[in-house]
Design a protein around this ligand. Structure first.
Ligand SMILES: [Fe+2]
Length: 432
């Protein structure tokens, strides 16, 4: 790609991303923007100005070497300085100030982008990395803001066409041969430090579900008394199930006609063909035990998603190296729900595993650890400070994740009790 093409690509990604941020913050009034909809989430207006502040820190000041736009607000929007529950009490920019700030920063960023040289010897800008990091950061906050919209009580404000229907029924389980594959990447220009480096991992043979666990599957677990049977739960999982009073996925409601869920302000019957969403790690683990299976490890998930048995190569995505299109996966908030299983046959992996990308983030059994040869870049706070913490990995992105913010190597992590995120899972078992 020429320098000019890279500039144009980055500019288009920045603008496309900002359009989503604008939509998520203009569809609600100022009261909704400044209110905290859940102690787990920031007020939307915090996310908005924080997105601008990170863009200013990295692109205006670091890459551009320019003077600060607003040095006085850095501390307010430092995610490490204030827990989410404390953010509403801060002297935050109001919605009009936040929008004006984002506009000022963006003007300067376009000026920096016009002049930047993507010198391969400067790691921060090689391949446009810092711009890619900021695009992905804003997209990640767009998904967080979508989760805040899901928690918001009030009349619906977001609309989108329904996802495509199922076009086939995926097989139950897929056998993946044992042996080494290449995990992680050295070549994705916008991959983050925790996805690097590429390294061989020897994975014994296993079976993995061809599709994510559906609402219908999950209802069978519920109907079998799964929430009340300690046998299926880990010790920590059972303690959490008891103390939090878990009885169904988050946002589910029961009435005389059966189970419904509230989705972006609308109450709808639960569709048994859709992947289950808004379950925590402990619920996923309990379902898998009830089903006589287990959750896949992170390496098993990535091998199922990327390994091509014919060539031995690891692909960028399950379907190949092409970027995600609407035929491949339910990504990018194009639809505001997971699609039924079997809706994306063109997105399947070579082995025949479906819907690994998009629809729901998938809990895997691994914690967040560095790959061998890891080095922190561009700062320790991106990944390194989280290694070894009380987290479980999630893979593959959800309907709320932008295609620029996920790939076959992308690693997300969260606390095992979290379920306000768009989280689901699939199961695996040993082959032997
Ligand atoms: Fe952030």
């Amino acid at each position: 790609m020429t320098t000019q093409d890279l500039r144009l690509t980055i500019a288009a990604e920045l603008e496309r991303t900002r359009a989503r941020t604008t939509l998520l913050t203009e569809t609600v009034d100022d009261d909704d923007l400044t209110r905290q909809h859940s102690p787990l989430m920031s007020p939307l207006v915090w996310d908005l100005a924080h997105v601008g502040n990170q863009e200013e820190l990295w692109l205006v000041r670091d890459v551009g070497g320019r003077d600060p736009v607003r040095h006085d607000i850095d501390e307010l929007y430092d995610a490490f300085k204030h827990a989410r529950r404390d953010r509403p009490a801060l002297p935050l920019l109001d919605p009009a100030e936040a929008r004006a700030y984002l506009g000022q920063v963006r003007d300067k960023v376009f000026d920096v982008l016009d002049r930047v040289r993507f010198d391969p010897s400067v790691r921060l800008t090689d391949g446009g990395f810092a711009f890619g990091m900021i695009v992905q950061h804003e997209q990640q906050h767009d998904e967080t803001m979508l989760a805040t919209h899901q928690l918001r009580i009030g009349a619906p404000v977001l609309t989108a066409p329904p996802p495509p229907p199922a076009r086939m029924i995926p097989a139950g389980e897929i056998h993946i041969k044992g042996g080494p594959f290449t995990m992680g990447t050295d070549t994705e220009p916008w991959a983050l430090d925790n996805e690097r480096p590429a390294h061989p991992v020897d994975v014994p043979a296993y079976w993995i579900d061809a599709a994510p666990v559906t609402n219908g599957d999950y209802l069978a677990f519920m109907d079998a008394g799964g929430y009340d049977d300690q046998r299926w739960w880990s010790e920590r999982g059972w303690a959490h199930r008891q103390s939090a009073g878990l009885e169904a996925p988050l946002h589910w409601l029961r009435d005389h006609e059966g189970w419904h869920h509230r989705r972006f302000g609308r109450v709808e019957p639960v569709n048994p063909a859709e992947p289950v969403v808004h379950v925590c790690y402990f619920e996923a683990e309990a379902y898998a035990a009830w089903a006589g299976k287990r959750l896949p490890t992170e390496a098993e998930w990535e091998k199922a998603a990327r390994w091509d048995p014919d060539t031995g190569r690891s692909r960028r995505y399950p379907w190949g190296d092409d970027p995600p299109g609407p035929q491949h996966a339910n990504l990018g908030q194009r639809h505001l729900s997971p699609a039924p299983v079997g809706a994306y046959p063109e997105g399947a992996s070579p082995a025949g595993v479906h819907q690994l990308m998009g629809d729901v983030w998938e809990w895997v059994s691994s914690g967040f650890e560095p790959y061998p040869g890891f080095s922190a870049f561009p700062y320790r706070e991106y990944s390194e400070v989280f290694f070894g913490g009380d987290y479980r990995i999630l893979r593959g992105g959800s309907f709320g994740t932008d295609p620029a913010a996920v790939r076959g190597t992308f690693r997300n992590w969260d606390h095992p009790i979290r379920r306000q995120i768009f989280s689901g899972f699939r199961c695996a078992r040993d082959a032997g």
